[in-house]
Design a protein around this ligand. Structure first.
Ligand SMILES: NC(=O)c1ccc[n+]([C@@H]2O[C@H](COP(=O)([O-])OP(=O)(O)OC[C@H]3O[C@@H](n4cnc5c(N)ncnc54)[C@H](OP(=O)(O)O)[C@@H]3O)[C@@H](O)[C@H]2O)c1
Length: 306
């Protein structure tokens, strides 16, 4: 397998970049940057000498070590990718304090539709750019990451997007800029919300072969759609069926990261993937009876007690 190293002569005058959270998504972005000679600073919480990404076309090793202590960092960065889980944001706050100045663009590589509001309090007043992450990547027991699919993210068409485009230009990670980012983000959220049903059964996509599960998933997806529209997303009536069909037609063993987290006993991203629908629904006076049932169960599965 080829091991990519940056071209020593490939000096980049592009933005200075740090990646906070070198997990599945953070490693993919770091590897995409390293591969073209733009190795970012890597900020994590577990010691690692290097990061490893394995894709269909080989292996990329990003030299480390992973930095573990924000104290003593000198200077701020043009662009900080935040790739910790939403449940890990509080604990990553010291990194953001150290890495961000008033002009730093913070690009949030997380699921959800509230990324700006959640991350802005930790940034230093610069733009916080939400994103939709489209590629599946998986952490292996040895800490390496397996990339499944072509890396691609979508960001909104706002001034901060230019820094992300500059940083990822000519890398293996494509960046789409969406005029109507809100609709794109809510479409993905509907999919994530329905995937949460797998946590409650402990089963993978094969469960969507059951007509009763399809009926529940369609009802839930329609409930999410009503809230999404109230939030300004422009999504057609066909979206709930398309989302459920996506799960029904997927390989029976297709999982989801929230199911993997549940099976590993880790905290779940239930708030940003599911509770947000109930929260925003209440704000608009929209009944969310399915969320009212599902959200407390996901929350309890994640956080206990018991
Ligand atoms: N993976 C996917 O296919 C995928 C696809 C779409 C969207 N997403 C979303 O992308 C986000 C990131 O997911 P992921 O799958 O990449 O998660 P992940 O593999 O669990 O990676 C999170 C990384 O953050 C590190 N971390 C945790 N707390 C930290 C702290 N306080 N300071 C610094 N680093 C810290 C973790 O360190 P440790 O190594 O110590 O755990 C880990 O390396 C989530 O919102 C997820 O829903 C993921």
């Amino acid at each position: 397998m080829p091991i990519a190293t940056p071209d020593a002569g490939a000096e980049s005058a592009g933005p200075t970049v740090a990646v906070v959270g070198p997990g599945a998504i953070g490693t993919t972005i770091a590897a995409a940057l390293h591969e073209v000679g733009r190795t970012p600073m890597i900020c994590g919480r577990s010691p690692r000498d290097c990061l490893e990404l394995t894709g269909a076309d080989g292996r990329i090793v990003v030299p480390g070590p992973v930095r573990l202590d924000p104290a003593g960092l000198d200077g701020t960065f043009d662009l900080v990718f935040v790739a910790v889980k939403s449940t890990q944001l509080d604990s990553a706050a010291p990194w953001l304090s150290a890495l961000c100045g008033p002009r730093t663009v913070v690009c949030v590589l997380q699921n959800g539709v509230e990324q700006e509001a959640l991350v802005a309090p930790y940034a230093a007043g610069g733009p916080v750019l939400p994103s939709v992450v489209w590629f599946p990547a998986q952490r292996e027991p040895d800490g390496s990451v397996t990339l499944r699919g072509e890396p691609r993210i979508t960001v909104p068409d706002v001034p901060g997007a230019g820094v992300v485009l500059d940083a990822l230009r000519d890398t293996r990670c494509a960046v789409d800029v969406a005029q109507d980012f809100r609709s794109v983000a809510w479409r993905k959220l509907l999919q994530n919300a329905v995937a949460g049903l797998m946590v409650l059964t402990g089963r993978r996509a094969g469960m969507f072969a059951r007509p009763d599960v399809v009926e529940l998933a369609l009802g839930y997806s329609r409930e999410c759609l009503a809230v999404a529209r109230a939030e300004g997303a422009v999504l057609g009536d066909e979206v709930p069926q398309a989302i459920v069909d996506g799960f029904r037609n997927a390989p029976a063993d297709l999982g989801t990261s929230i199911l993997a987290d549940r099976q590993a006993g880790r905290p779940l991203e239930w708030d940003c993937r599911n509770a947000v629908v109930r929260r925003r629904g209440r704000a608009h006076g929209i009944p969310t009876p399915i969320s009212d049932l599902i959200v407390p169960l996901l929350a309890a599965a994640s956080d206990g007690p018991g």
